[in-house]
Design a protein around this ligand. Structure first.
Ligand SMILES: *[C@@H]1O[C@H](CO)[C@@H](O)[C@H](O)[C@H]1NC(C)=O
Ligand SMILES: CC(=O)N[C@H]1CO[C@H](CO)[C@@H](O)[C@@H]1O
Length: 450
């Protein structure tokens, strides 16, 4: 809900992204097999994943000087956004050694902290590809998306996320100065309109860039980059939610500026995207025992998400789990004055938001109807592991806002302490936090888990 992209880094040759393609390290995408079940039976697809450009080393095109170090741009090579992208290159990635990203067969593992030759990397974000230079585009309507996850090593404050965003297939290749494209993980956007993205529309986000006060590897620029987002899985071992976030934008990343970014403060509900979304969190919706007891989070389980609708109409988003060979129906909403819903519909969102006293920006921006229109245009699959410098992930796994009475409907989202999740603590004390996603399947409703 309060997602902000988290950057990682190398301290010596700090990680940076640029917009030309560098040649110091060759870019070899880790292989990841998944299954397409749309033709009646499930068939293996030989896929690959790519690391987002924000994590990559960005250096001057013809040399080794950093264009960006820690949380700052080099003003000599990046005097303004356009020349920065022209002068700088983002390079290939050592996935295992630098970023703690590994794949084996149909399984992807993301490790939170990776110490390497030049420093320490924190978190990562990868996209599933259709070819070495194009993202795989999914239309989820009237389809089912399924995967296995192991959250047993994802503690309070860490989010092992699997979600979809309306990026473009080529990553914005040839937009502005972007000569790197999807092969180098460019073109990210999400419904939080993140400002910490270094390259937007083939330009450096240099204008007005301010280093983060608490994250030594990040900063925020004047521009944010917005697009509709469908969170299938935002979770750790203490909490889990799935959440549609519609936006009024379409056709790929929208570069926002000012009020339309919906930034912290008075603008949250004035932006082009629904930042809260309509979240289905088992705990927050009143079944505190479900995630952790009914679903055993100490061992791997299967997550099934169904998008009921047709054409570009999305009517309902359903969830079920499978573990130890048994199907586990979704938890049921147990909130005073609200029906016992077991899925997301516009009516469920409305009733829950009224009961919780939440703003219904979701409805204002078109609800499931607008989310469906976006899904029908095609979305890119994202998998990430991240920590939250802004809200310590308390919106996912604790009581939030932290000064709310936990007995107030909607305030409690998980059993983590309100003092947990500070990235400084998590990075120091739980560096081996790891999420594993595997066995991804996509197909007709009912085709992926029986
Ligand atoms: C910034 O870039 C210039 C030009 O390449 C270089 O001479 C200088 O050392 C760089 N500064 C830093 C702090 O890296
Ligand atoms: C979108 C865009 O072009 N933004 C800025 C890039 O940098 C120049 C010079 O600083 C600005 O004038 C643009 O507005």
């Amino acid at each position: 809900m309060y997602k902000s992209a988290v950057l990682a880094s190398l301290s010596l040759l700090s990680l940076v992204s640029g917009q030309q393609a560098g040649t110091s390290t060759s870019e070899t995408h880790p292989r990841l097999t998944w299954q397409d079940c749309s033709g009646g039976s499930c068939k293996n697809v030989n896929g690959e994943v790519v690391l987002d450009s924000n994590w990559r080393w960005a250096h001057v095109k013809d040399g080794y000087t950093n264009c960006y170090t820690g949380s700052e741009w080099n003003a000599t090579v990046c005097p303004d956004n356009a020349s920065c992208a022209k002068n700088c290159a983002i390079d290939g990635a050592d996935y295992g050694g630098t970023y703690g990203i590994s794949t084996s067969g149909n399984s992807l593992t993301l490790k939170l902290v990776q110490k390497h030759e030049y420093g320490t990397n924190v978190g990562s974000r990868v996209y599933l590809m259709e070819s070495s230079s194009k993202y795989k585009m999914f239309n989820l309507i009237n389809k089912e998306f399924t995967f296995d996850v192991d959250v047993s090593k994802v503690p309070c404050g860490v989010n092992g996320a699997l979600y979809f965003v309306e990026m473009t297939a080529d990553g914005g290749m040839n937009k502005g100065q972007n000569k790197a494209g999807a092969k180098y993980g460019t073109g990210y956007c999400d419904a939080q309109c993140p400002h910490d993205i270094k390259w937007i529309a083939g330009e450096g986000n240099v204008d007005g860039w301010q280093p983060s006060s608490d994250d030594e590897n990040a900063g925020v620029g004047k521009y944010g980059t917005c697009c509709p987002e469908m969170d299938i899985w935002e979770a750790n071992s203490m909490g889990a939610a799935y959440t549609p976030h519609p936006c009024s934008t379409s056709g790929g990343p929208y570069r926002c500026e000012g009020t339309e970014c919906g930034d912290v403060g008075g603008d949250r509900y004035a932006g082009v995207c629904d930042k809260d979304g309509c979240d289905y969190s088992h705990y927050r919706l009143g079944d505190q025992a479900y995630y952790g007891s009914t679903v055993n989070v100490q061992s791997k389980f299967t997550v099934v998400t169904q998008f009921l609708g047709s054409g570009s109409n999305l009517n309902e988003i359903r969830r079920l789990y499978k573990q130890g060979g048994s199907v586990i129906e979704n938890s049921v909403v147990a909130v005073d004055g609200v029906e016992a819903y077991d899925s997301i519909t516009d009516q469920m969102c409305e009733d829950v938001k009224v009961a919780f006293g939440d703003n219904n920006h979701f409805k204002q921006l078109g609800g499931l109807n607008e989310m469906g229109a976006s899904l029908a245009r095609g979305h890119v699959l994202v998998m990430s592991i991240w920590v939250d410098f802004y809200a310590h992930m308390l919106w996912l796994d604790s009581t939030y806002p932290t000064d709310a009475d936990p007995s107030k409907p909607g305030a409690a989202r998980g059993a983590c302490d309100t003092s947990s999740g500070d990235p400084v603590d998590v990075i120091a004390n739980q560096p081996d936090s790891t999420v594993t996603f595997s066995n991804i399947k996509f197909g007709a409703i009912g085709s992926t888990y029986k």
